[in-house]
Design a protein around this ligand. Structure first.
Ligand SMILES: *Cc1c(COP(=O)(O)O)cnc(C)c1O
Length: 394
């Protein structure tokens, strides 16, 4: 009997999922840099446009290389359908606007990636969508935020930059009872360590720019969910508004997926070493890392994540100390990206979260002393030495 790829283990899915070979039998996935496709006859074009015959039409609708990436990611997420997008932000934008219309209400966790906050605070209200932010760790707050017109919940867990964790299953139940769809931004956990659909989410979004590329090259994004919801909510908006992923970027991301499990596990092991060293240092007031038992939501993490991930955050008490730390690093780069093979650290208050109003920063506990670090693939010994020396200098 033929193997069903859905029965494969994660590592096999990452290397072989979605593979479509041409007549040449190439081992590495083919890169189809083509905008359009030729039809054998006028009748064949008619059938394809009518959706009665399979096949590609135009790169904005689909492309074989992009489809290999989509099918591979869907397989490892356990989703019926994946659609790739040009960036993580186009994925979040489409994921929300495909579910919402004027007069609808969205509830979102208040600790979010900066551009996601802009979409919710500035963009959606222009189109008549009402929004409420809640403390995503407070289940009563989610319940109390529900209105008759609530259609969508958005959760980022772990959240940027202080790694707040939301009980995805419990929030999914509240969403279901309210008749709303739960969208989860799963970037920080990666598909290796957390499966939001299995926990009850309706839609998962990724910035593939982060761990899925993992080597700092291209932007990409993805939206995943059941076939029925993906087609109903997103098929037309993806075709007609044009956030398509470039096939070249899809090819880079396919190669990224092959090593995702190896990279993310090693990065997470390295992050655990760095987090322990940071937490033990006298200059550090507070350390947050999902792999440490002192994480405020450690019990929830144990239920829904199978690894700590590669991001940690720590409070050095003041902006001056945080900047002295960053400026003293010799191996780790000062950069706002994350998930890369190269370790990087950033000062969220003056970079990624500078547009967040001060009182909202205060509400999530993001004060001037916090540093966020994305741990890479360098030697853990070298990283620990670099970080400890920089902490001494802070
Ligand atoms: C980076 C990031 C995004 C946006 O992704 P881009 O690929 O940069 O557009 C969205 N959500 C989270 C959690 C992110 O880290």
């Amino acid at each position: 009997m033929a193997e069903d790829p859905r029965d494969w283990n994660l590592e096999t899915k990452l290397v072989r999922g979605g593979l479509m070979r041409t007549e040449y039998g190439e081992i590495s996935e083919a890169l189809f840099l083509t905008q359009s496709f030729a039809y054998d006859s006028a009748a064949a074009a008619d059938a394809r446009f009518a959706g009665e015959a399979p096949g590609f039409i135009y790169q904005r609708f689909g492309n074989p290389t992009t489809q290999m990436f989509e099918d591979r990611l869907a397989l490892l997420e356990g989703a019926e359908l994946c659609r790739a997008t040009s960036s993580g932000m186009s994925a979040v934008h489409v994921a929300l606007t495909g579910l919402l219309r004027a007069g609808d209400h969205l509830v979102a966790g208040r600790a979010l990636f900066g551009s996601c906050r802009w979409i919710i605070s500035e963009w959606l209200p222009r189109f008549g969508v009402e929004v409420t932010y809640v403390d995503a760790t407070d289940l009563e707050a989610w319940k109390n935020a529900v209105r008759p017109n609530t259609r969508c919940f958005l959760v980022e867990s772990p959240a940027n930059p202080l790694l707040e964790v939301t009980a995805i299953g419990a929030v999914a139940e509240i969403a279901r009872a309210a008749g709303a769809r739960l969208v989860v931004d799963n970037v920080f956990a990666t598909p290796v360590f957390q499966k939001p659909l299995a926990l009850g989410a309706d839609i998962v979004v990724y910035s593939a720019t982060k761990h899925i590329d993992g080597q700092g090259r291209v932007l990409g994004g993805a939206i995943l969910g059941s076939e029925a919801l993906m087609l109903e909510a997103y098929k037309d908006i993806l075709r007609h508004t044009g956030p398509a992923l470039s096939p070249f970027n899809a090819w880079v991301l396919l190669k990224g997926l092959e090593t995702l499990d190896l990279r993310v596990r090693r990065q997470s092991d390295n992050a655990a070493v760095v987090a322990d060293a940071v937490a033990a240092h006298a200059k550090v007031r507070k350390t947050v890392y999902c792999g440490r038992p002192d994480h405020p939501q450690a019990a929830i993490i144990a239920n829904q994540m199978s690894g700590g991930g590669n991001v940690l955050a720590f409070d050095l008490g003041s902006r001056e100390a945080a900047w002295r730390f960053l400026d003293a690093l010799q191996i780790v780069d000062i950069s706002n990206n994350l998930g890369d093979a190269k370790s990087m650290a950033t000062h969220p208050c003056t970079t990624t979260h500078r547009s967040m109003p001060a009182e909202e920063r205060e509400a999530i506990g993001l004060t001037e002393g916090w540093v966020r670090m994305s741990v890479g693939l360098e030697s853990a010994v070298d990283l620990q030495r670099d970080v400890e020396r920089a902490l001494d200098a802070a």
